[in-house]
Design a protein around this ligand. Structure first.
Ligand code: ADP
Length: 500
């Protein structure tokens, strides 16, 4: 296969892609034990844009050894304020290389370039700066103990140690930074495994981290497939914690593998998030929110609002607005000006999404918009809206991870318990979105939702301070906010008997 790059790609991104990409271990490029390479594709064309090292369990062993040395040695001795300074320099270097990173993210993940700039790159800079602030503010406490005699007791918040981080392909930069930033702030050392489909921007981040002064071995990156690289991380006795974002099926495997040394596990596993629209809502804003959530990254967002519930009085109008927007969306390469929606990540994902659309129709749903795949090359699925969807249908119950909206209606808006019960009728519990101008109803619904994130009159709230994670089978633990620091720290109680 020859390497083909989009003509709009800038010179810095081209120069990066043309390099020989290896693992990053102990501050050095590591060729990898097997010498095997994996092709990295542009999902908008299906063409190869680079190759990366295909990792093995032995490469993971090397990375773990480097991370352990760094944890026991230099990193532990770096004062908290110096960790902050390194992280802030890292953030500034990301900003200085923002266009290159945005283009690499765009060409490898398929997202439109403006979002890669303003959502992905700008978002990770914010995350890094926010987490950098915690290093000096995450101390312990001095509880008032009631033990006999005089005691001085306190708690210490300490890093959990060497952490493995396994991330998916939908938001390669954000997923990497949501994991790297709190782990660095906490004082951990890291073995990061990006998705085998989108490892490029993580590798570039690794270089920038070194340039920012991060000691060798603190951030190690091993590229390759879930099996063997991810599996080796999950099972490794030298790793103290594993943090994972991806599918529930893989999450379960990771949990089982992690049981060997009882490593701590945090999981972010996707969702089937409801959007509930009451008749008093601003329908235009709601339609825009729904479309941007389910279509802008071709539905490949764990918190995508994929099940829409609209009061029957507003249903037709809402559906019309959504259909108009869906039909007007310009599909194309993320680097082409004016592209609203890019491709899904791979042929496999395209087939999977198309299979869901087909099964929805077979089970009795009606196609209100889209439904097909398109383009002569690349992996494009039309923005699709299904009506007549019912619980029990696969399109209702399962996460599609594609641009497919299931639109449903509800009859009465007095019985909030009933509306919430329909919205909560899923094994997932990641996000929910409520649209109404009635403040009391908004808060009442928020308390009824079985979801880790509830947005009112919004579909997303991408802020570094807000904890992100799921109820039910959407995961364990919260990323972002102080909760993310808690994932990477452990608390030690120290009690000093002053009577002796
Ligand atoms: P998807 O590929 O659909 O996003 P996955 O959950 O399979 O979802 O992949 C998310 C991440 O998990 C990727 O980095 C992938 O390589 C990794 N992965 C896949 N299988 C395993 C496994 N058995 N153990 C650890 N990591 C895995």
């Amino acid at each position: 296969m020859t390497t083909q790059l989009h003509p709009a790609l800038g010179s810095a991104a081209r120069a990066f892609l043309s390099r020989t990409h290896q693992h990053l271990v102990d501050g050095n490029l590591l060729a990898g034990e097997t010498g095997q390479r994996t092709d990295i594709l542009d999902p908008a064309t299906g063409e190869r844009i680079a190759t990366v090292a295909e990792g093995s369990a032995l490469d993971v062993d090397r990375a773990v050894a480097a991370a352990r040395r760094a944890f026991d040695g230099p990193w532990r001795k770096v004062p908290a304020a110096e960790r902050t300074r390194i992280m802030l320099r890292f953030a500034s270097l990301i900003e200085a290389n923002a266009e290159e990173l945005a283009e690499l993210e765009c060409i490898n993940s398929g997202k439109p370039l403006p979002f890669c700039r303003n959502g992905d790159v700008a978002g990770i800079v914010e995350m890094l700066r926010y987490m950098a602030g915690w290093t000096t503010k995450m101390g312990g406490e001095t509880p008032n103990v009631s033990l006999a005699g005089e005691w001085h007791a306190y708690t210490l918040r300490e890093p959990v140690g060497v952490v493995g981080q396994i991330i998916p392909w939908n938001f390669p930069l954000n997923m990497a930074m949501w994991k790297i930033a709190p782990a660095l702030a906490a004082g951990c050392t890291i073995i990061l495994k990006p998705s085998e489909q989108t490892p490029l921007t993580a590798l570039r981040l690794g270089e920038l981290a070194l340039e920012a002064g991060l000691p060798a071995g603190v951030l190690n990156i091993v590229t390759g497939f879930g099996n063997p690289v991810g599996a080796a991380i999950a099972a490794h006795p030298g790793i103290d914690k594993v943090a994972f974002t991806g599918s529930g099926e893989t999450g379960r495997r990771i949990l089982q593998a992690a049981a060997g040394n009882l490593k701590r596990v945090s999981l972010e596993l996707g969702g089937k998030s409801p959007v509930i629209v009451f008749p008093d809502a601003n329908l235009e804003a709601a339609a825009a929110g729904v479309c941007s959530s389910i279509f802008f990254h071709a539905g490949q967002i764990c918190a995508a609002g994929s099940r829409l519930y609209v009061h029957e009085r507003a249903f037709d109008e809402m559906l019309d607005r959504i259909k108009r927007r869906a039909n007007a969306m310009k599909l194309g390469h993320g680097l082409d000006a004016g592209t609203d929606m890019g491709p899904v990540i791979s042929r496999r994902q395209l087939d999977r999404v198309a299979g869901y659309i087909h099964s929805g129709q077979q089970e009795g749903a009606t196609l209100a918009a889209g439904g097909g795949t398109c383009g002569e090359r690349g992996y494009f699925v039309q923005p699709t809206v299904l009506t007549g969807v019912k619980p029990g249908m696969k399109v209702h119950d399962e996460e599609i991870f594609g641009p497919v909206l299931c639109a449903m209606s509800f009859e009465s808006d007095d019985d909030l318990d009933r509306i919430a019960a329909a919205a909560n009728a899923t094994t997932y519990g990641l996000a929910a979105s409520i649209w109404t101008r009635d403040l009391a109803r908004a808060h009442k619904m928020a308390s009824r939702m079985e979801a880790g994130i509830v947005n009112v009159n919004a579909l997303s709230s991408p802020d570094a301070t807000l904890p992100y994670g799921g109820y039910k089978q959407s995961g364990w633990g919260r990323e972002r906010g102080f909760d993310a620091i808690e994932l990477y720290t452990q608390v030690k109680a120290v009690a000093v008997n002053l009577n002796v």
